[in-house]
Design a protein around this ligand. Structure first.
Ligand code: NOJ
Ligand code: NOJ
Length: 525
């Protein structure tokens, strides 16, 4: 009461001075992390576990709700954040994920961009969120941080993986730099601008709005996209931390998403009339592509029949869901590019297969599952979502498992291609998809089996790939919270969700699985 009385006795002038003093005090203080985070369950949503078809219909909206809730927006819930910022999770302790990560944010916005590409610009709210993200990126890029600054050679500071929600630098120890961030971010922003050109007459919703740094696409190209791509150009051949933020070296995930950003950037730079930069990007794209394909880089091992995620890390076998996530992210559009290592690459497909087999044995919660199962990041994982102990399966690995299979079948329908099963993948097919001896009795002595597009075998096999994919979603349904939110992980034994609540990336990966499921169904009809 005293404070209300005090305010009543102040003149307007004094209130204004007081307010500005408070603002300046607040801007000097570290943000209070306990002030705003909250997890708000979608009211009225309740998972019906008895009817998976109904769940397929209802869950995408729920996952969208949770994803959008984690984006600060003028109407957003995160008072200490800036519009366009994504919180990795509203969890502020055990674990503290109340930060913006460059990778998580870019993958989140790629999810929004996919929806805009599929359904157009009718949803203004969605487009505005992307534009606030782009606007905020301009600020984030220019904040000096422990990795470096914007003005360093190659914009070194852009390798910083995570920032506070108010855009100040996170200065405690961390696995830095992480070289996938600028690649994913520039890719997401270029894709958005291409959609704006293709379906919104080139109109940006926020151009001309106060505090928005761009007027048009070329502002965004020059000031935001080019620096990110310059970072990729300068640093793709240097070591950095992997996407799991744990080990320093060269990584398949990082290299493949970098390759995609450079390759996409070439076409984009040319459209901007910047043939000089396009030439730089082309030269580096070619070098990086050669590097990824070269056996000496170690990604495609001579002895292992799968991709090795981090070849220098000899303490691990190299199986990692990062490999098929990389394949999915870098091929999520049928854009005619010839980036290698889509999900039909025999080594990528085996990374998925061997990880699945490992994880079925490793995690007690998978005992009931015959086909799909809950999948983790990599077999040797010891992060339990809060601390180092025993690793768990993750929601996103499981959702990307489903995506891998939907994408495998979709690609064939989209390109009207025969299914070619490489001998490296015979075990996968025989174990989970189709008895190959019924398709070709002499298959086992052959280097590959070809199943002609549109044949009965083709239809049966792709149906069974699609059912295999569905079985991963069934696992997610078994263990999802009743309110439809997805955390980071599953307890390896009980299957209860654990780790960061409402992880934005979990929602994004599940939305992506539903999207590819629908896409495949439409292509098959
Ligand atoms: C937090 C990182 O984000 C996570 O990937 C890692 O596993 C744990 N720290 C343990 O190092
Ligand atoms: C830990 C994961 O390992 C990392 O990839 C992610 O960026 C952060 N959590 C935030 O979600």
């Amino acid at each position: 009461m005293g404070s209300i009385f005090a305010v009543e006795t102040l003149s307007i002038m004094k209130i204004a001075i007081l307010a500005s003093v408070l603002v300046s005090i607040a801007s000097c203080l570290p943000i209070s992390k306990k002030d705003a985070a909250s997890f708000i369950p979608l009211s009225g949503y309740s998972v019906d576990r008895t009817n998976i078809t109904a769940w397929y219909g209802a869950q995408p909206d729920a996952s969208w709700y949770y994803l959008l809730q984690n984006i600060d927006y003028p109407t957003g819930q995160f008072t200490s954040a800036v519009p366009g910022v994504v919180v990795a999770s509203p969890s502020t302790s055990n674990p503290d994920y109340y930060y913006q990560w460059v990778r998580d944010s870019a993958l989140t916005f790629l999810t929004l961009v996919n929806k805009i590409e599929d359904h157009g610009f009718g949803d203004v709210d969605l487009a505005q969120r992307v534009e606030y993200y782009i606007n905020n990126t301009y600020t984030v890029q220019r904040v000096s941080n422990p990795t470096g600054s914007f003005d360093d050679p190659g914009h070194k500071g852009l390798g910083e993986p995570k920032m506070n929600l108010d855009d100040t630098a996170y200065t405690a120890g961390w696995g830095r730099p992480q070289n996938d961030g600028p690649a994913l971010r520039s890719f997401a922003i270029m894709r958005y601008l291409d959609a704006v050109t293709a379906s919104n007459n080139g109109n940006l919703h926020l151009a001309g709005t106060p505090n928005i740094v761009f007027q048009n696409a070329s502002d965004i190209y020059n000031n935001i996209i080019v620096p990110d791509l310059q970072y990729v150009v300068s640093y793709w051949n240097t070591q950095g931390f992997d996407l799991w933020e744990e080990n320093d070296g060269m990584h398949f995930f990082t290299a493949l998403v970098q390759l995609k950003s450079l390759d996409y950037g070439i076409g984009f730079a040319n459209k901007q009339g910047d043939s000089t930069f396009a030439a730089t990007l082309t030269a580096q794209r070619d070098l990086l592509k050669t590097y990824i394909n070269n056996p000496s880089s170690g990604f495609v091992g001579a002895s292992q029949k799968h991709i090795i995620e981090s070849p220098q890390l000899t303490s691990r076998g190299g199986l990692d869901c990062a490999t098929f996530i990389a394949a999915l992210v870098s091929h999520d559009q049928n854009d005619g590019s010839d980036i290698p290592f889509n999900v039909d690459n025999p080594y990528v497909l085996n990374s998925f297969y061997y990880l699945l087999n490992d994880n079925k044995q490793r995690y007690g919660m998978n005992a009931p599952y015959k086909l799909g199962a809950a999948m983790g990041r990599y077999p040797e994982d010891v992060f339990n979502g809060v601390e180092t102990a025993e690793g768990n399966p993750w929601v996103l690995s499981t959702a990307y498992g489903a995506q891998t299979l939907y994408q495998l079948a979709s690609n064939l329908y989209e390109n009207k291609k025969d299914l070619i099963i490489d001998s490296l993948n015979y075990d996968l097919y025989n174990s989970y998809i189709a008895d190959l001896s019924a398709v070709d009795s002499g298959y086992s002595s052959k280097a590959s089996v070809t199943v002609p597009f549109g044949s009965d075998n083709f239809k049966n096999i792709t149906n069974s790939i699609s059912q295999f994919a569905d079985s991963f979603l069934a696992v997610i349904l078994d263990h999802i919270d009743d309110n439809g939110q997805t955390s980071e992980e599953y307890d390896r034994t009980s299957g209860y969700q654990t780790g960061a609540v409402s992880l934005t990336w979990s929602s994004a990966s599940l939305i992506g699985a539903f999207r590819l499921r629908e896409k495949l169904a439409a292509l098959k009809n």
